[in-house]
Write a new protein. Structure first.
Length: 74
């Protein structure tokens, strides 16, 4: 189902998303840090790295939501 140019998936539903451990986020951020691409990277390498960071950002968002829900009781 497409909603306003955003594809709706199961990850949009926080109730169905598995818990994201802080240690996992730390390891992913250490392994795939926010950085600018190097000049010698191909276009494909840039897009691949951007995709990896997109997944890390999604997990960070879910982690924040889950911890907010714990604090607020939602």
């Amino acid at each position: 189902m497409i909603v306003k140019n955003k594809q709706k998936t199961d990850v949009d539903d926080a109730d169905n998303f598995p818990n994201v451990p802080e240690v996992l986020l730390k390891k992913l951020n250490d392994s795939i840090p926010e950085r600018c691409p190097e000049l010698d990277w191909t276009d494909r390498m840039v897009w691949f790295y951007a995709g990896q960071r997109s997944v890390v950002r999604l997990l960070e968002k879910k982690y924040e939501q889950q911890n907010e829900n714990i604090l607020t009781g939602n």
